[in-house]
Design a binder for this molecule. Sequence first.
Ligand code: B1M
Length: 208
Amino acid sequence: MADLKALADAIIKGDQNTAVEITRTALDEGTAAKSVLEEGLIAGMDVVGGRFKKNEIYIPEVLIAARAMKMAMEILEPELVKAGVKPVGKFLIGTVQGDLHDIGKNLVAMMLKGAGFEVIDLGVDVGPEKFVEQAKAAGAQLIGMSALLTTTMPGMEKTVKALKDAGVSARIMIGGAPVTQGYADKIGADGYTPDAASAVDLAKTLVA
Ligand code: B1M
């Protein structure tokens, strides 16, 4: 019988070969895809997120764990679809207009996937119109914006306004090195977090 605790450990260690092997074995043995996801992959990423938040591990370890998760997810995803397992929520994310920094945004996206969210990543240099168009098309419950430059932060305010003007009711989260809770309050975003692990916690709260 495949050991889902060992799968979680493989994710924590970023051991992608073992993660893929246990995921395959578990599915071949008839373990439910949902259990593989929740007791193996998400359980492992939860530990990674917690350790990252406490500064016990750093960005490289998180990226390695996320890569192992991604490889295992490639095998698991078709089975989850077949089994009709619904994601925790649909999260649209992008770096705002004029801004090409994507390392932090990618980290947030990976951690959200790790927590069971369906993530639609719009990439970098995303203007308000694109956020609005894609939010409507995807019916996302959550929209996340990242900005690393003080000069591109106003793009967040413009996007929040454009989303509200267009009647998009999704909750909006923002983040990035120059962003603060005060700024989130000022522009009418629903939340700000300083790091990717807290972004997952906030997303879970906002979608609940
Ligand atoms: Co840029 N850059 N950069 N740069 N760059 C900074 C941001 C800067 C602080 C460097 C400096 O001067 N000390 C400075 C900004 C100054 C300012 O405005 N305050 C700066 C500048 C000026 C520039 C250029 C203008 C330089 C130039 O060309 N003259 C230019 C702008 C290009 C553009 O975007 N239009 C530029 C370009 C670049 C590179 C392309 C070379 C490269 C980006 C590569 C890439 O992203 N693919 C780059 C890099 C790498 C950096 C630094 C060194 C590192 C940024 C990073 O990835 N950090 C940065 C200096 C620094 O921070 N030491 C710098 C790691 C990442 C994990 O952190 O993105 O903060 P971060 O994400 C965190 C949190 O903020 C949070 O979670 C993550 C971790 O848990 N978070 C969220 C992020 N998004 C979130 C969203 C959420 C919630 C949390 O909810 C949705």
